[in-house]
Design a protein. Structure first.
Length: 498
């Protein structure tokens, strides 16, 4: 019972993330609206009433500390402004543009209040509240109501939730399921609870890279620098399961990325996974003795052998078909925005630069800007999206809405950066473990978990340049919470652990 009380905020955020991911990957507003708003309110309530308390303070003192930190955080006010901004269009719907055959022109209805943010349909605008509010309020709660150990627990729990979803996805495939939860809804392809493969791919790629960083953070204690070598934590890492438990979560999330058959997910998980692997190998090699170096080389050879085997002989035909289409030309074509959608989104933004045309307004406005040539090559599948999150948010939310989202990201990232800078300054002082830090020292003084989160969040951003991973709450809540929790791996000093 004491565990549940101490980790009430962790469990509440995890419950919200689980609902958003297990209920059709967060893409069914009709199923989410009855539960998600209340779960979000419970997250805020738990953060204010049952925050994690330090060993030197009472619960009442912890509450006062958290309330003060909430009030001082610019992120709170950015999130509140974004909430107001996304709510106003619900009462200022304009309706969809209509083509009038009588005069061959488009009729564009005006909203009741022309100077305020508007939308086409209130129910479509409401979906954006399901995307951003649960994610950002969860990040706020994690940032202020959790101690460092709570942030580490939450991030690991999110990775295990992804691992379970991946295992569930393969269970459905092995049992011959034709739809999510063995239902009757038809999809071109589905995996786990996601009816859209690229949502699944972005979700599992993000969690694979985070869990890879968490795993290496456990196994590298005492090996790659003073920040990881504190004795209190090292004692906890002696047991095999403690050190390697995240290896299993990492494996299942990687298999989830592959099982999605998303080309972007396969490419990003392999490239960034290899890059992180090089970082691990170099860091471990520099301070390994001859015996350990032999083990490293053997492990590297085994990984390369199994990887090659998995991509060739063992891989199913469906996976091989997707892999062979991953060419530099196709990647550049997708990222550069081939087709008419990027151009049209930019034109919509230029005409509505301040507030945009509202949530899901792009599908209603795009035909106004299509040329005769565009109609000849109209995209029938997936044509309601730009497949570039930045451009679509600019078209639908304008500079104000998109700016508030970007500002929220900065409010999460900048404190972590400042905390890391302070740590680097402390570690610049001669230290007994300084000689153990591999080169380049600036890189290996970063906690491995922090680098894993950086790789994972970067993968989602790169994916968003050619798709729409930020248009679902299941990915958003992991992405924002990862930024909020990464400070849990930055120790206050190199002698103690929190």
């Amino acid at each position: 019972m004491l565990f549940f009380v101490r980790n009430a905020v962790v469990l509440q955020i995890l419950a919200l993330a689980a609902v958003l991911s297990w209920v059709h990957g967060g893409t069914r507003p009709d199923l989410l609206i009855p539960t998600v708003p209340w779960l979000t309110l419970l997250v805020v309530e738990m953060a204010l009433v049952f925050p994690q308390a330090k060993s030197t303070e009472t619960l009442a003192e912890a509450r006062l500390r958290v309330w003060r930190s909430f009030a001082r955080d610019p992120l709170l006010y950015v999130v509140l402004l974004l909430t107001i901004y996304l709510t106003i269009p619900l009462f200022n719907a304009a309706g969809a543009p209509r083509f009038l055959p009588s005069n061959g022109k488009w009729f564009i209805p005006f909203p009741p209040f022309r100077r305020l943010p508007f939308c086409v349909k209130a129910d479509e605008q409401a979906v954006l509240l399901l995307w951003f509010l649960p994610s950002l309020f969860s990040a706020l709660a994690a940032k202020h109501a959790l101690l460092k150990r709570g942030k580490r627990l939450l991030l690991e729990s999110l990775c295990w939730n992804g691992a379970l979803l991946s295992a569930f996805g393969y269970w459905q495939l092995f049992t011959g399921a034709k739809s999510v939860y063995w239902g009757k809804q038809t999809f071109a392809y589905f995996f786990s609870t996601f009816g859209y493969p690229n949502f699944a791919g972005a979700f599992f790629t993000l969690l694979f890279l985070i869990s890879l960083g968490l795993w290496f953070g456990h196994v590298s204690v005492g090996l790659i620098g003073p920040q990881a070598g504190n004795l209190a934590r090292a004692r906890d890492e002696r047991k095999f399961w403690t050190r390697h438990r995240m290896l299993f979560a990492m494996f299942f999330n990687l298999m989830g990325a592959f099982g999605s058959l998303s080309r972007a997910a396969i490419l990003l998980s392999v490239l960034l996974g290899v890059l992180y692997g090089i970082y691990m190998f170099i860091g471990s090699w520099q301070h390994a003795n001859t015996g350990k170096r032999a083990v490293l080389l053997t492990t590297l050879g085994l990984v390369l052998f199994v990887g090659t085997l998995s991509f060739t002989i063992l891989a199913p035909d469906s996976f091989k078909k997707e892999v062979v289409t991953i060419t530099p030309e196709n990647v550049l074509d997708r990222v550069s925005g081939a087709g008419y959608h990027p151009r049209i989104a930019w034109e919509i933004f230029l005409e509505h630069p301040l507030f945009g045309v509202g949530g899901w307004g792009y599908p209603h406005y795009q035909q106004l800007y299509m040329t005769a040539e565009d109609f000849k090559h109209i995209q029938k599948i997936g044509g309601v999206n730009v497949h570039n999150d930045i451009l679509q948010f600019l078209a639908e939310l304008g500079v104000v809405g998109t700016g508030l989202i970007v500002l929220a990201v900065f409010c999460l990232a900048i404190p972590v950066l400042l905390e890391q800078v302070k740590l680097s300054k402390r570690l610049s002082v001669p230290h007994e473990n300084e000689s153990k830090v591999p080169h380049p020292k600036w890189l290996y003084k970063l906690p491995p978990e922090e680098l894993g989160v950086l790789f994972g969040c970067t993968a989602t951003v790169l994916h968003s340049l050619g798709d729409l991973p930020f248009r679902t709450s299941s990915i958003q809540i992991v992405w924002f919470c990862a930024l909020a929790c990464v400070s849990g791996f930055i120790p206050k000093d190199h002698h103690t652990s929190s």
